[in-house]
Write a protein that binds this ligand. Structure first.
Ligand code: FES
Length: 230
């Protein structure tokens, strides 16, 4: 079966094709944010990921908790290139669609992606800018050279179940490597290298994360253990 994610109406994400799944924590190390391994998660050919935020077996759907969940997909489905604004720097340009899960990878050594863009004629700032833009799990930012050449990492298809111990919350589902995502109504979303899906159930931009898990203080139900090291 091909790799894919199918959104079910008011229910979970069904993942097919044996997509590798890992829990990862966002941690700050030496001034930059990095992924740290979390708990080991079971691998399977097909699995259902909770979308309502209430499962007793997170990140997987437990089959019952979503009974009262209203999971209507509300996100703008136009392609990224149409939704994003083009921002120009002296050495590079950047697209920005303002789709933000507050994962913080846009901050490196005290500078934001947008500050780095303004200094992008400096080789060091340019390298930092490429890292900052490419590591945003929400896929908010895409950088390119002045001739339009996009600087994007080649990511293998995988899913990260994201934990944010700095904020003491559970974050979204980082889908990387161009895994197709199909809406509950059958339409396939634009295939992208990086997207962050909502799993707390509270995003106002479903199926994508809009950082509402922070205000909602969402913690997935395997409890406080998620913030401890393995
Ligand atoms: S979507 Fe099924 S328990 Fe959350």
């Amino acid at each position: 079966m091909d790799m894919g994610i199918r959104i079910t109406e008011d229910g979970p994400y069904i993942v097919t094709g044996g997509v590798p799944i890992y829990e990862k924590r966002i941690v700050k190390r030496d001034g930059v944010y990095v992924w740290e391994d979390g708990r080991e998660l079971p691998q399977a050919e097909v699995y259902a990921l909770c979308r309502c935020g209430k499962s007793g077996n997170a990140p997987f759907c437990d089959g019952t908790s979503h009974k009262r969940f209203k999971g209507k997909e509300t996100a703008d489905r136009r392609p990224y290139g149409e939704r994003a604004e083009k921002l120009e720097g002296p050495g590079m340009d950047m697209l920005d669609d303002v789709r933000c899960g507050k994962a913080m990878f846009c901050h490196r050594h005290g500078k934001s992606t947008w500050e780095l863009l303004k200094q992008s004629d400096d080789p060091d700032a340019r390298n930092e800018l490429i890292r900052a833009a490419c590591e945003c799990p929400a896929g908010r930012t895409v950088v390119m050279d002045k001739d339009g050449t996009v600087r994007e990492d080649r990511l293998e298809p995988a899913i990260y179940i994201v934990q944010d111990p700095e904020r003491n919350v559970s974050s979204g589902i980082y889908v990387m490597g161009g895994i197709p995502i199909t809406s509950a109504d059958g339409e396939v979303y634009e295939v992208r290298n990086r997207v962050l899906l909502c799993r707390c159930g509270a995003s106002r931009n479903k199926p994508f994360c809009d950082a509402t898990h922070i205000n909602a203080m969402y913690k997935d139900t395997r409890g406080g253990s998620i913030f401890r090291k393995k």
